[in-house]
Design a protein around this ligand. Structure first.
Ligand SMILES: [Zn+2]
Length: 272
């Protein structure tokens, strides 16, 4: 339910900038995440022209205090001041990419003018942790699982989705990416595309379940990428959108091999 003021009225809002697009001669369209109004789209006039005062403030993954003029489809940025620049992310490729994936996934799942207080706070916490050096892939795993739960796609990683048996560390467990569920060995036959899950990956999923903040994980980069790849399949299935920024997290496929998404991996949940 929208809680915006009437059209042409001003309102102030703290906003995380998720994306921006060039528009017209020198303008930009901003996609913003706010606590009170969820996603908002706003036009920033003249910010692609030299000498624009706002240009430096309006960049992805910055948090600004904005004064917006309410419009029917698009609000207009009237003033901006910086709340958090998260500027050190610009010098750390993996941290920056993790932040951009957070932004793309958030944009794919949230609705405009639908308040998102918990997700907004989790996003800010994630960026602060990235800025202070938290392992980017572990942080991203936490955020994506948090977002799934927050948006109503709760999955209990302690149980097999087929027989509802509690999964133990010693079990052979399989992930079905398209459905975002775990299956035990007897339930796996017939589930096309299910992949073996390493015990440490199962443990990480279970540890992150309902974790209010990021946790350090005992997973190397390859195992982290495997889980991220699985979550990418699941999030794309749920949102019906292709989440392109994930590609920046994985190593490039070797010449002549298929894309990471199309390459089956026999041993387990790993990107090639
Ligand atoms: Zn089962």
């Amino acid at each position: 339910m929208s809680n915006l003021p009437p059209q042409r009225h001003r309102f102030d809002v703290a906003a995380l900038q998720l994306k921006q697009y060039p528009y017209g001669e020198g303008d930009q369209i901003l996609l913003l995440l706010t606590r009170e109004h969820g996603l908002l789209r706003a036009i920033a006039k003249g910010t692609r022209k030299p000498r624009s005062k706002l240009a430096g403030l309006l960049a992805p993954l910055r948090c600004n205090q904005l004064t917006l003029v309410c419009g029917r489809n698009l609000h207009r940025v009237e003033q901006a001041s910086s709340l958090q620049s998260f500027s050190s992310l610009q010098n750390d490729y993996d941290a920056l990419m993790a932040g951009l994936v957070m932004g793309e996934v958030t944009a794919a799942f949230c609705q405009e003018e639908d308040p998102q207080p918990a997700l907004f706070d989790a996003f800010c916490l994630g960026l602060l942790q990235l800025q202070s050096g938290f392992a980017p892939r572990a942080l991203l795993l936490w955020f994506l699982l948090y977002l799934l739960e927050n948006q109503g796609f709760y999955q209990d990683w302690r149980y097999c989705a087929g027989c509802e048996r509690q999964l133990q560390a010693k079990d052979r467990v399989f992930l079905l990416g398209s459905a975002g569920v775990l299956l035990c060995q007897p339930c796996k036959p017939g589930a096309e595309g299910a992949r073996y899950l390493y015990p440490e990956q199962l443990l990480a999923l279970q540890q992150l379940q309902q974790a209010p903040e990021p946790l350090p994980l005992d997973l190397d980069e390859r195992r982290c990428n495997g889980l991220l790849w699985f979550l990418q399949q699941h999030l794309e299935q749920l949102s019906g959108k292709s989440l392109k920024s994930f590609a920046f997290l994985y190593p490039l496929p070797e010449a002549g091999s298929a894309s990471p998404v199309a390459t089956p991996v026999k041993q387990g949940v790993n990107t090639p």
